[in-house]
Ligand binder design. Structure first.
Ligand code: C5P
Length: 229
């Protein structure tokens, strides 16, 4: 059978990435985490001093420097999952920090940033055989994707899952309240921005994973994929 494009969109910290990664591995497709790319641009802007202390962004500066930014997914070793590299250096850990999480949605709302990353994502999916997750994959990046999933979960449950991850990584200070506030702020900005806001594509299958185990969710996705073929 011909390869297809699988678009997975949804709210922050719904478990999109792990779900998309598992599906891609199971069906032998390439997996692309577009959130990592927006986080990469944000880390770049922070490092270049283009985000000021009060959160304002030097948009002209960022626009001018974007052409000097290369984002790629590479394996750091044999059998490793590909992770994000910024201008040749691995930034997999840094892009998951709260510093990046709290600045990424305003950066992702900038039309020239979206334009830059959307083009790269479309090029990555040109040959199909790809599972891409994000906020606008089924609506803007690949509006003709053969399979679209819109993932959602209760915000409180999402925050608890996210906090567990942060704790596992040694973050002992971030509170549940802070995580929940960050999720809600990102969801608000992501759904209200002018360009490519997060919204369910009319032809997307909706999956609420609040009360699904990872195994149940992976199975449902696999069935949905088989049904499309
Ligand atoms: O998926 P993740 O939570 O890592 O995404 C981080 C942020 O990047 C989102 O909150 C959103 O602001 C932005 N994003 C986006 N479009 C995408 C993927 C992510 O605007 N396709």
């Amino acid at each position: 059978t011909d390869k297809i494009v699988v678009a997975i969109d949804g709210y922050s910290s719904c478990g999109k990435s792990s779900m998309a990664r598992t599906l891609a591995r199971n069906i032998g497709y390439i997996y692309v985490d577009t959130g990592a790319m927006y986080r990469g641009v944000t880390l770049f802007a922070l490092r270049e001093g283009l985000i000021h202390g009060d959160g304002t962004i030097d948009e002209a500066g960022l626009r001018a420097r974007l052409s000097g930014l290369s984002l790629t997914f590479q394996r750091s070793g044999e059998g490793e999952e590909p992770v994000l590299y910024l201008n040749g250096a691995c930034v997999a850990e840094e892009i998951r920090s709260m510093a990046v999480a709290s600045q990424v949605s305003p950066i992702a709302a900038l039309p020239f940033v979206r334009d830059f990353l959307t083009k790269e994502q479309q090029a990555m999916g040109q040959e199909k055989g790809i599972v891409m997750d994000g906020r606008d994959i089924g609506t803007a990046v690949f509006p003709k994707a053969e399979m679209k999933v819109f993932l959602t979960a209760d915000p409180k449950i999402r925050a608890e899952r996210r906090l567990k991850e942060l704790r596992a990584k040694g973050d002992e200070v971030t509170t549940l309240e802070e995580v929940l506030t960050n999720l809600e702020e990102r969801d608000y900005i992501d759904t209200h921005r002018a360009v490519a806001p997060l919204k369910q594509a009319p032809d997307a299958v909706v999956l609420d994973n609040s009360f699904l185990s990872i195994r149940e969710q992976d199975l449902m996705l696999r069935f949905a994929f088989e049904a499309v073929l």
